[in-house]
Ligand binder design. Structure first.
Ligand code: AMP
Length: 209
């Protein structure tokens, strides 16, 4: 099964993808995660994209498409988290025969609250929130005991840049996939457990058909 997770920054794409990947044995491919890892390792790609990432802008299509194509070629079971983010990116993977696109729907005010309170483990990348997903010990990862940090692109100025790109470049994908009859919208505002149930039901239904 090949799935795409669509949604604004902070709508919960990473958490939901992680959950679905574990539950349905899919490879979780997060382009944001790939970008952050490449930057941390100082690879040529990492150096090339740093400028865009730091400002909260999208990495140019041709760079992203190359990376994703080399990651998904030959794979049958995966969930794409954070890709495509533009129409040209969607067109670039058209031969992949995607089974469904899950669109996480959340009002912008809620998204901003989620993003500004988001924290992640600097070692294992586990996600937390200062209000909604608190670690047992403040500032420390439950899973590996490392320090929790705020992503550099989760600060107010960078968040507003990310939103500009989201509205102009990513949101048109909702209509794009609707026209292809692949879009399934899930309300992402209820508590995580409710969202998890809704996406589980959806994927089970997709598997039955
Ligand atoms: P994310 O973790 O998905 O919010 O992605 C973090 C950042 O990585 C984005 O703000 C972009 O700078 C970059 N990025 C991730 N995926 C893509 C993509 N499909 N196209 C362009 N840039 C991306």
């Amino acid at each position: 099964m090949k799935l795409i997770l669509l949604g604004a920054p902070g709508s919960g794409k990473g958490t939901v993808s992680d959950f679905l990947a574990n539950k349905f044995k899919l490879k979780h491919i997060s382009t944001g995660e790939i970008c952050r890892e490449e930057m941390a390792k100082n690879t040529a790609f990492g150096t090339e994209i740093k400028h865009y990432m730091d400002k909260g802008n999208l990495v140019p299509d041709e760079l992203m498409i190359k990376v994703v194509n080399s990651t998904i070629t030959g794979k049958d079971d995966y969930i794409l988290d954070g890709f495509p983010r533009t129409i040209p990116q969607a067109e670039a993977i058209i031969s992949q025969k995607i089974d469904a696109v899950i669109n996480l729907d959340l009002p912008e005010s809620a998204v901003i609250e989620r993003l500004s309170g988001r924290r992640m483990c600097q070692n294992c990348n586990s996600g937390y929130h200062i209000k909604y997903i608190k670690p047992k010990k403040e500032g420390i990862c439950d899973k590996c005991g490392s320090k929790l940090i705020q992503r550099p692109d989760d600060t107010p100025k960078v968040i507003s840049e990310r939103f500009k790109d989201y509205h102009t470049k990513t949101k048109p994908l909702v209509e794009y996939y609707q026209k292809k009859k692949l879009l399934h919208t899930i309300d992402a505002s209820p508590p995580p457990e409710t969202v998890r149930k809704a996406v589980t039901e959806l994927v089970k239904e997709l598997k039955r058909n």
